[in-house]
Design a protein around this ligand. Structure first.
Ligand SMILES: [Zn+2]
Length: 217
């Protein structure tokens, strides 16, 4: 029986030991084998496709110890893969990337996740500003500017300031954030993105698809 440490796509445990429960050999693929592993935490399975290295041969399921560490097998493919954290649709790529990373970091460090959510809000806010003088302002001034210009609502301004403030706390005090803080920041950031990008774009698409001209009343 061999072992492998992976991120479980089922229970989302980051580094969990999987133990092999069997293998099958490809009928026409030389020594190409698929090894079936079971998660030490949730018991559900992943498949690892292997070929032998120059030092290896035989059954990857039968070796005692770590499959990677043995150096005897190439890991060709592992599936299913863990799902990347989801991001609301129609969010610009660079902002979606920052949000996805912040959510991913939240599994390891609350303080760093706080910084990540703050960066996400910063990028989102800056994406609405085209005045170079405003771009030079700090995030605090930029958020207020968007509300003054009625680009965001007072509620969105509050959520953005909350992420700015709490994210700052994470940047300056590594013990400063709790799981509840991070859950709130995640929610405020997500709602900010949904209201700023997802809903307006959905509305635009609806209008575009509307066959008959809109009644004025
Ligand atoms: Zn699992």
């Amino acid at each position: 029986m061999s072992f492998i440490t992976e991120h479980c796509p089922h229970c989302d445990s980051e580094r969990v030991a999987f133990r092999s429960v069997g293998e099958s050999r490809h009928p026409h693929g030389g020594d190409f084998r698929t090894v079936f592993f079971s998660c030490g935490k949730c018991g559900r399975g992943i498949c690892v496709e292997t070929t032998p290295t120059p030092n290896g041969s035989g059954s990857p399921h039968s070796i005692e110890g770590g499959l990677k560490e043995s150096g005897k097998f190439n890991l060709v493919r592992i599936y299913p893969k863990p799902k990347p954290p989801e991001v609301p649709e129609h969010v610009p790529d660079n902002i979606a990337k920052a949000f996805r990373e912040a959510r991913d970091i939240a599994k390891k460090s609350w303080a760093l996740a706080g910084v990540g959510f703050r960066i996400t809000i910063e990028l989102a806010v800056e994406s609405f500003i085209d005045d170079p003088a405003q771009l030079k302002k700090k995030l605090y001034g930029q958020i207020d500017h968007l509300e003054t210009k009625r680009i965001i609502t007072p509620a969105l301004k509050d959520w953005a300031h909350e992420v700015r403030l709490t994210g700052n706390k994470g940047a300056h005090d590594t013990d400063g954030l709790t799981k509840d803080d991070v859950d709130d920041l995640d929610l405020f950031t997500e709602l900010f993105l949904v209201h700023s990008f997802t809903l307006p774009e959905r509305m635009r698409i609806r209008r575009e698809n509307r066959k008959t001209p809109q009644a004025s009343s």
